[in-house]
Design a protein around this ligand. Sequence first.
Ligand code: DAH
Length: 347
Amino acid sequence: MEEKLKQLHQEASEKVKQSTELKELNEVRVAYLGKKGPITEVLKGMGKLSAEERPKMGALANEVRDSIASAIESKQQALEAAAIEKKLEQETIDVTLPGLPVKVGTHHPLTSVIEEIEDLFISMGYKIEEGPEVEKDYYNFEALNLPKGHPARDMQDSFYITEDILLRTHTSPVQARTMERHGGKGPVKIICPGKVYRRDNDDATHSHQFMQIEGLVVDENIRMSDLKGTLNLFAKKLFGEEREIRLRPSFFPFTEPSVEMDISCKICGGKGCSVCKGTGWIEILGAGMVHPNVLEMAGFDSEKYTGFAFGMGPERIAMLKYGIDDIRHYYTNDYRFLTQFGRAEFN
Ligand code: DAH
């Protein structure tokens, strides 16, 4: 019996040693230490032994069982540690690999142009004003010298919400609101960027929603020459020192006299090309001296105060500045279009 136990010990130790996986080791455990295993079998035969041999064999059997159990235990720990080690090795991060590029957003070309214009006017002492996009008919038309039934209202096809409320068709109502708030006291020196809406069919040059920037200066002794100087500086700063401007007589109900400003065509240098339609000039904005009626309606004494105003479309300005040929590009969010205006270091 002693022989048998020693042989079992030897065999089990060998198998434990050879086990390379936890599953295999568990099979050894079940085979040798389980209820139906050989050691239990040996112990069952103890009854046949003499009284003095029995405790000796019992002790030996226990010793063998404990020894096998502890061999399995330590092998199990070793296998588990090896498994963790292997997993860690497979999961190491190679910090020398190049990283994945992160896509960084860029400024929309319209935002860039609007900010450039804002910065320019802020540097000349203007303040930025805003007003509601859902506007009263009074501020959008009446306070701008366009009473109900005035034929010039047809120039701006409007989205009416009620009889007295509409989506503003231009940023000029912010002029009226700001002057009214000033309570008849100058100076007023503002620009107002914002969205405007018109009932237009969208095409390459029309959009039912677009941006405008309005400018207004009201003070004592403001003259047409102040307007011209301001617009000249604006055109040169935005489009280049070599550009010329010209003012053409025009009509707006809220200004008198009214003008439209053209800049000399950069593409042909004034000779005439398809961009300037052969004229050598490109129309940029509308402007004029604030109509006395508009000053009076906002509470200003038109004998004491004069002012100039202008209104421009940043879409058109950005189109000319960046050579964009379709206004719809601004609003359709084509990634290929937008990334062209990104900062070079992120492209
Ligand atoms: N509100 C005009 C428009 O949308 C643009 C404009 C013209 C604004 C002349 C002005 C101005 O302030 O003086 O067509």
